[in-house]
Every structure is written in structure tokens, then in C-alpha cells.
Design a binder for this molecule. Structure first.
Ligand code: PRT
Ligand code: ZN
Length: 201
């Protein structure tokens, strides 16, 4: 058994650099070697597992990694059911964004009831479904893999539910946000099983 702690981080994307910076600021010297999947830490028994962000909750839930850094939105959306739930340790203060419902500018929103019977396109069907259920609303959820913001223009949906940071993408597509479904940022998660004490030091 290797006695090295494994931390799963996003390989490339919006959280990748900030995750590395955070670990470096904590004093870890990262060896960016030839192995793309695993970066070794020079001054501590730690390896960084570099993967797609969507896989991080599963790796940590299964204990393949001891810790992980992932967007709360990804953690909340996952409905794996096979591996155990990772434990949320703390918010990390970067990667901030909101999962919002938006529609064409001028849409007359009077609260969640205004969504009744609409077609809403999203890459977050589980989180959206929970929000609608909590508010007693029935709507048609159209699950897309990306480019959700074009759905209203293509008449695929009346509204969308997507991540927003600056709001520029919505604006460029003639959309305006009117409801926040989830406030998100990068979070530190840990495996459900306690980490070996000598590794946690
Ligand atoms: O390859 P991999 O699967 O690992 O990465 P990914 O492409 O799935 O994710 P990535 O790198 O795009 O985002 C990683 C995480 O960054 C997300 O899960 C969020 O937690 C966080 N984050 C923060 C964002 C945004 N801000 C964000 N603005 N993720 C996506 N966006 C997108 C949004 O979907 C929309 O298309 O940016 C667009 C809107 O941005 P604004 O600034 O125009 O509002
Ligand atoms: Zn992803």
C-alpha cells in the first residue's frame, strides 16, 4: 500500500490553474513531470490526480482520491448512486458562479410559478429538477451537453438554466437572468472514509 495522499484536481479548464496555485500557496512543491495524469509533490507524500472535473466526485466518493477540488455545481448535479457521497470540507473562494434561470429579455417573471409548463434547457437537469420540485412547479427539462444559451433562439426551449459569472454570454444571446437556483464556487471534498491519521498531518 502506498502511503501517499491523493488529491484530485481538474486537469485543464477554469479551476485547473487556481487549484494548483492554492496547493502551491499552501507550501506544496508540484513536480510537473512527464506523467500527465499524476503530478508528484516534491516535499510531501502527496500525488495530484489530474482528471475531468465531472469525474472528481466519483474518484473521491470511491476513495480512489482522498481529497478533491471541484465546483459545487458539479457535486450537486451528480447522481451516481454507486459510489458513496464525498464529504464537503470547505469553500475555497474561487470559481464563483451562479446557476441561473434566464429567458428572453422582457420575460415577465413573477416567481417560480411563472416557469409552470415551460421548456427549460440545461446541462444541470438534476439540480433544476430539485428546484422545480421544491417549488411545486412542473416544467419540461431539455438536457443539453453545452451551448445551452442558443436553445431559446432555436425555439428548442422558452428558458435556460445555466452557469453565469459575468453575464456576458446571456447578454450576447438576448437573455436576462431572473432566478438563482444555486450559488457555486470551488469546494474541497474528502472521501467518506476517514483519511489515515499519519497522512492527514
Ligand atoms: O474538461 P472538464 O470537464 O474538466 O471541464 P468543463 O468544461 O466541464 O468545465 P469548465 O473548465 O468550463 O468549468 C469548471 C468549473 O468552473 C465549473 O464547473 C464551475 O464550477 C466553474 N465556473 C465558474 C464556470 C463559470 N464560472 C462559467 N462562467 N463554469 C462555466 N462557465 C460558463 C457557463 O457555462 C457559460 O457558458 O461560462 C459561460 C458564462 O460565463 P459569463 O461570464 O458569460 O457569464
Ligand atoms: Zn466537466
Amino acid at each position: 500500500m502506498s502511503a501517499r495522499l491523493r488529491i484530485a484536481i481538474q486537469k485543464s479548464g477554469r479551476l485547473a490553474d487556481k487549484s494548483l496555485e492554492l496547493l502551491e500557496a499552501a507550501g506544496l512543491r508540484v513536480l510537473k513531470g512527464a506523467n500527465e495524469l499524476l503530478y508528484r509533490i516534491e516535499n510531501a507524500p502527496i500525488d495530484l490526480l489530474r482528471v475531468r472535473d465531472d469525474d472528481i466526485p466519483t474518484f473521491v466518493g470511491d476513495g480512489v482520491a482522498d481529497l478533491g477540488i471541484v465546483g459545487l455545481n458539479v457535486l450537486e448535479e451528480r447522481e451516481d448512486g454507486r459510489s458513496a457521497e464525498p464529504v464537503q470540507v470547505m469553500n475555497l473562494g474561487f470559481g464563483k458562479c451562479d446557476l441561473k434561470i434566464a429567458a428572453a429579455i422582457g420575460f415577465d417573471y413573477k416567481g417560480p410559478r411563472s416557469l409552470q409548463g415551460l421548456r427549460i434547457a440545461t446541462t444541470y437537469p438534476h439540480v433544476l429538477n430539485r428546484f422545480l420540485a421544491e417549488n411545486g412547479v412542473t416544467a419540461d427539462i431539455i438536457t443539453m451537453r453545452g451551448a445551452v444559451e442558443v436553445a431559446p433562439r432555436l425555439k428548442l426551449a422558452n428558458a435556460i438554466c445555466d452557469l453565469v459569472s459575468t453575464g456576458a454570454t446571456l447578454e450576447a444571446n438576448g437573455l436576462a437572468p431572473f432566478e438563482t437556483v444555486l450559488r457555486s464556487e470551488a469546494v474541497l471534498i474528502r472521501a467518506p472514509k476517514q483519511i489515515e491519521p499519519e497522512l492527514a498531518k
